[in-house]
Design a protein around this ligand. Structure first.
Ligand SMILES: [Zn+2]
Length: 214
């Protein structure tokens, strides 16, 4: 009986120590919402309630979107419409991957995920840029090295995939940008933007046939 009681007491002590210790571990603050790559809502007072207070704003991190005034960034004026569309999506996606639902720490006007700086990880992706010309040039070189024909807009609701310039692809608010090879496995091509080129390819064959008959 005595040994059993001692075991019980030891068990309770261990449990108590673990509970106490876990209260002292600083997990940081939870990220509630990544509004965009430079506006982040964080649970600053750790009450687990989304208070909608002022977001954490990075004035020195920029991403391409419809409000970006490219006159301020001459290097980026050569971006095409499709490249801008791709960059906006990828920047938001990268910021979400880094921060969404994560516990972070705030230090030196930056957000840290474990010991990684959010701003430097984001800039490393080359989908966003800061005020330096070097960073803008890196973003430009990065997007020019990507073959956008390898990517499509995948409407996750209708399971149709579209080219970047397709109006109906862009209009949907339930879409992802994915590799064409990935889209082909789970979705079907949009008739208005994807089937036209196949028809054009068939045309020369018909012309050849007619010529032979003549
Ligand atoms: Zn389409």
């Amino acid at each position: 009986m005595r040994i059993k009681n001692i075991k019980k007491i030891i068990g309770l002590i261990i449990f108590f120590v673990i509970v106490c210790a876990s209260n002292f571990i600083d997990y940081g603050n939870k990220v509630f919402e990544v509004k965009n790559p430079s506006e982040i809502f964080i649970d600053l007072n750790n009450n687990l309630v989304f208070d909608e207070k002022e977001p954490f704003v990075f004035d020195n991190i920029h991403y391409i979107n419809k409000n970006t005034n490219l006159e301020s960034y001459p290097i980026l004026k050569q971006l095409t419409d499709n490249e801008k569309f791709f960059l906006e999506y990828m920047a938001i996606e990268k910021a979400n991957n880094l921060l969404k639902n994560k516990y972070v720490k705030l230090k030196d006007n930056d957000i840290f995920i474990k010991n990684k700086s959010y701003t430097s990880e984001l800039l490393k992706s080359k989908y966003v840029f800061d005020d330096t010309e070097k960073s803008q040039q890196e973003l430009l070189d990065n997007i020019k090295s990507i073959n956008l024909d390898d990517y499509v807009i995948l409407n996750t609701k209708t399971k149709k995939y579209h080219k970047f310039n397709c109006e109906s692809g862009r209009k949907s608010n339930k879409y992802k940008i994915v590799k064409l090879s990935e889209a082909k496995e789970t979705a079907s091509p949009c008739k208005s933007c994807h089937l036209t080129p196949i028809y054009q390819n068939e045309k020369p064959q018909i012309i050849q046939k007619v010529q032979k008959e003549i």
